[in-house]
Write a new protein. Sequence first.
Length: 99
Amino acid sequence: MFAIVNIAGQQFKVKQNDELFVHRLKGNTGDKVEFSEILMVSNEGLVTVGTGAKKVQAEIIDHLKGDKVIIFKKNRRKGYQKKNGHRQCLTKIKINEIA
């Protein structure tokens, strides 16, 4: 059984006991979160499209930051150089059940 879920503006294919990284969610480590925006559910070949009465329950494992991305801008022959970095804030969650 798997489901396609909208989490923090992105779509994820999730199964039970999956661990995945999503954009930062509100809550502390160990908190339970519930996602009700289900786009599709597949249960042994039976496919249900659209939001029904299904919900995906997950647990927040950790809050962390992603790898650093370097942004470098340059105009040749003008002496212009600009270097900047960014680290995305992420949340690691574990899918407990698709109910």
